[in-house]
Ligand binder design. Sequence first.
Ligand code: SAH
Length: 492
Amino acid sequence: MFLTVTTTGTPARPATDLGFLLHKHPGKAQAFPTSFGTAHVLYPEAEEQRCTAALLLEVDAVALVRRGKGKGRGGAPDAALAQYVNDRPYAASSLLAVALGNVFSSALRGVCKARPERAAEPLPLRIEVPALPARGGPGLVHRLFEPLGWAVTAEPVPLDTEFPEWGDSRYVRLTLESGALTLAEALRHLYVLLPVLDDAKHYWVAPDEVDKLLRAGEGWLPGHPEQKLITSRYLARRWALTRAATERLELVRLAETDDSAVEEIDNAVPEESGPAEGDERPAPLAVQRREAILGALRESAAARVLDLGCGEGHLVRELLKEPRFTEIAGVDVSVRALAVAARRLGLDRMGERQAARVRLFQGSLAYTDQRLKGYDAAVLSEVIEHLDLPRLPALEYAVFGAARPRTVIVTTPNAEYNVRWETLPAGRVRHRDHRFEWTREEFRAWASAVAARHGYEVGFRPVGPDDPEVGPPTQMAVFTVTTGTEKEAKAA
Ligand code: SAH
């Protein structure tokens, strides 16, 4: 029963840093006793360019049965033989997840004193699990891992290679690849999803399993399209625990997303506190921003437009006024914001023709989402700064890698301009939910790298008065696709 984690590196960022991140030296093999056998950590390869760590679990079937006596699985008399002759020693399962939690507990929490900066950043990862019991088949494996930013291969393992007519076993050979995740995120995905796919927990599910699930699921489980199935299976279908977990996940989601109640400072107060230009009162910045976005959309000749992080639907309303935009979809993670949007747009009073042009739906941009495919253009207006920096690569992949509209328009505050807001204390961001605000250089660097990675060209435009010293209050990037598919983009 084993899995391997591989990363690649460069002289500046050697792959062998994996040893620091896992808190296990690449130079030696180590063994850790667990209550059901021995866990070994070893490195089949450890070079600057490529490093692989393997976690191998040697299960002691007898210890496992003794330990399980009188608890859960141990009970049924006809299971006597099955207790000793079963797949536990060979297949990755909940046992492997438990070993992962024990042996890599610091890595799972993202703690790394020696290389803190590397623990916080996404790295190229390839994870292989040669024999993964997958109840629900390869389809479910895809549905569980893909929304988290993994490229998934799940090949069914035949029951017996000599007797192909026996068909496939319930095992798959799993390979996961991503460049968008930190090691801690990756390990937490495995820690939860291996037992979910196994669906036969070897130990009694105690109430503290809910805490474990929420801790390991932080940042990805709330809002996962299969959240229900994951929660229920992880908690061994114990209804009361599942309900407790679901309620707590919902609270987390609401706390994370209920920011639309506070208007952004630059949406709310620009007329008073923005720099006056002569006697004319400039249009509020939010209006100027929508004008700039509409201008770029018209130039791109887009007809089907996605407003990602649409909030309360101000841009959607402007889009609806122009017949050239034949299909408009507003997406937001906040149900509350969407409800306000639906009411403000008067969706329920709209004529049929008009209503057919617009759709609002809940979704998180931190996940790949099939519903975002097939649009001409996507707008991210004042949204990226609401995501934690480590989640940004996931958004990048969901929009530029998977959804891949021809045009993408991104706006975000220009941090340099903040000194011009009279009501903003020095060093503060414009909105309490902003996780970061970038200078022009930082935004350009990010946008250019995104464009290069996904086969887009990008141009930059100021929005609002372009201050000679600090630039405009809002910065806008317009991305245009140069290559058709992601594969072509990679090849280019
Ligand atoms: N686009 C609007 C709203 C910007 S406020 C405008 O320009 O005025 C940011 C919006 O992004 C909020 O409505 C928030 O709910 C949404 N948001 C934040 N994180 C998100 C995520 N991960 N997925 C989808 N929407 C998100």
